[in-house]
Write a protein that binds this ligand. Sequence first.
Ligand SMILES: NC(=O)c1ccc[n+]([C@@H]2O[C@H](COP(=O)([O-])OP(=O)(O)OC[C@H]3O[C@@H](n4cnc5c(N)ncnc54)[C@H](OP(=O)(O)O)[C@@H]3O)[C@@H](O)[C@H]2O)c1
Length: 339
Amino acid sequence: MEYVRLGSTGLEVSPICFGTWRFGLEHEDSGVVETGREDAHELLDALEERGGNFIDTANSYGGGDSERWIGEWLEERDREDYVIASKCFWSTVSRFQENLSKKNVKAEVEGSLDRLGTDYLDILYLHRSDDDTPIEHTLRAVDDLVSEGKVHYVGVSTCDAWRLVKGLWKADVNNYEAFTVTQPEYSAVYRDPIVDDLDQPPEHKEPITEYLDVCEDQDLAVCPYSPLHGGFLTGKYERADDGSVRGPDGSRADIDDQFESDYVAEAAWSVLDEVRSVAEEVDATPAQVSLRWLMDHERFTCVPIVGARTVDQLDENFGAVEVELSDDQWERIDAAIDA
Ligand SMILES: NC(=O)c1ccc[n+]([C@@H]2O[C@H](COP(=O)([O-])OP(=O)(O)OC[C@H]3O[C@@H](n4cnc5c(N)ncnc54)[C@H](OP(=O)(O)O)[C@@H]3O)[C@@H](O)[C@H]2O)c1
């Protein structure tokens, strides 16, 4: 597998990052944990066997279990072989500090390092925006962490284009460490940079075009999250006669009441049709074509953060590395959202 340079960071990463949001995630209704400790370690073993070296987690995933289990797994490995990204915003220690204050950012990074059993994070993302804390305060805290060697690179997750530019500008004028990596929700069916407003229907709210223009111009790597749109782009969901989404037992749509409203807008079905037809042409699966479409963005480095609940899913998703799309096939998928 050919490794990819992550934008201007110089980090060499596998072309697919593995996301661990579902490690330790307990479903409120059933109390069932989606991916338990043993399964998490099995998935990480499978990732290693396939050459994956890029792992995405967050302080808040599984109430800290995601980082804890990754830390246990890393104990028997060479830390230097892996690129570990984590995030801060939500607090794991105080109900008063759900924000990007200096206090919260510093405490949460210390917590992440402790749970991961490591001295440093390769990438620290700001998980959400915090309009009540001046961004200079947050950047100053992050800059300290970089100077102390506890964080190597700084990224920003869900935010809109103007906030991204403001963060870059404030870092520049204050000589603070600037963002080099971004993590928007982005896939063949999801083209908005922000998801915070869950009251809005999942249609086009604010096109991501401008955000991606900034990434290209500023040489920021893009690591899209939910690149399979929560599993929708695997093609395992069908539209029932009443318009609702039907999926296999145990799938995310089956266990998550929000799936349909959060993930499936009308345009999603047209995109899926196009992805399915390209998949047939190149003898690959819809999941592989959807990931390849992201990886083939030429304007910036694009490394999708894919989730997998089973080793078979992980295998299928890593198969995207072998898939080739023609320019015409890429453009058909690109245009399908407007069909
Ligand atoms: N920054 C943020 O705010 C943010 C938000 C969300 C996620 N993330 C990051 O992005 C990562 C990925 O997010 P995601 O889980 O939503 O991504 P995704 O890759 O779009 O969806 C993953 C889900 O799709 C299903 N799936 C995956 N591969 C499959 C396959 N080959 N065949 C059939 N089903 C398959 C599985 O669910 P089922 O089998 O259960 O259906 C799996 O859990 C997270 O782990 C996290 O690291 C970040």
